[in-house]
Design a protein around this ligand. Structure first.
Ligand SMILES: NC(=O)c1ccc[n+]([C@@H]2O[C@H](COP(=O)([O-])OP(=O)(O)OC[C@H]3O[C@@H](n4cnc5c(N)ncnc54)[C@H](O)[C@@H]3O)[C@@H](O)[C@H]2O)c1
Length: 257
């Protein structure tokens, strides 16, 4: 397994690096993130299990940096079986308060970097008959206050992946998304790190718990595996069914039952 995983210093990306590594006796992994020190920790964990690991600290909002990632993948991995485009940022303000810079950052990291990385890695993916998995979000189909441009950037990402599935499919490259919801990671720790808030949220989730990074990582590993050989162009929701819970939640609030 030769895999390139972005946003792999923490949360879902870190768990995905472990899940993909575990799918082969000796995997080669290129881990990419802005967080250099945390990348080093993940790298040491994986090397201790016998895997080959290289880290690359960079800012994926920069197109020039994305090019360097692809070049490093060619040098270190020699080919790509799995590209996981997982790095993401929120856009922490309501639309009326959102700055142009924050609006654009969400699209640059969550959407544009996936396209640029896929484009740059396309020749390697084609030779390997590899696959791409991007981390979208249930926010792609639900507005997410107060994160102005986050939902729009994830909605665009889902369609970008469907477009890739269409364009890259004839070359044997599968392209899919996972859409997590309510997962306890660094991104959501301000809510799910608080016992009371986490219990409140869990009560509205049909599976009655907040998800863990491993819940998403195992689905990414499935989509990247031969078990998903005929799966391309899908957006697989991993959210404990919370996105089905809108009407029951509204009814609970509006009408005493
Ligand atoms: N946690 C959730 O409930 C949830 C729900 C839906 C979608 N997601 C998505 O899952 C993905 C992973 O997020 P997470 O929840 O594991 O949070 P996280 O904060 O633990 O991980 C995100 C990682 O992306 C990295 N990153 C951010 N900007 C970057 C940039 N410009 N260049 C390179 N790396 C960058 C961060 O340093 C971090 O390590 C994101 O795309 C996020 O939008 C998360």
């Amino acid at each position: 397994m030769r895999a390139l995983i972005t946003g792999s210093a923490s949360g879902i990306g870190r768990a995905t690096a472990h899940a993909l590594a575990a799918s082969a006796e000796r995997s080669s992994l290129l881990l990419v993130d802005t967080a250099r020190e945390k990348l080093g920790e993940v790298s040491r964990e994986l090397e201790a299990r016998g895997h080959r690991v290289e880290t690359f600290a960079c800012d994926l909002s920069s197109p020039a940096e994305v090019e360097k990632v692809a070049a490093r993948a060619e040098d270190f991995l020699g080919g790509i079986d799995t590209l996981v485009s997982n790095a993401g940022v929120l856009a922490n303000a309501a639309l009326v308060d959102l700055t142009l810079e924050t609006y654009e950052l969400a699209f640059a990291v969550n959407t544009r970097a996936t396209w640029l990385l896929a484009k740059a890695c396309y020749p390697l993916l084609k030779v390997a008959q590899g696959s791409i998995v991007a981390t979208a979000s249930i926010s792609a189909t639900q507005p997410t206050p107060p994160h102005g441009s986050y939902s729009a950037s994830k909605a665009a990402l889902v369609m970008l992946i469907k477009q890739m599935a269409f364009e890259f499919g004839p070359d044997g490259i599968r392209c899919n998304c996972v859409s997590p919801g309510t997962i306890h990671t660094g991104m959501t720790d301000s809510v799910y790190g608080d016992d009371r808030l986490r219990a409140e949220r869990a009560a509205n989730i049909p599976l009655r718990r907040v998800g863990m990074p491993e819940d998403v990582a195992s689905v990414i590993a499935f989509l990247a595996s031969p078990a998903a050989a005929y799966v391309s162009g899908v957006d697989l929701v991993v959210d404990g069914a919370v996105s089905t819970a809108l009407m029951p939640t509204l009814r609970k609030g509006a009408v005493p039952q």
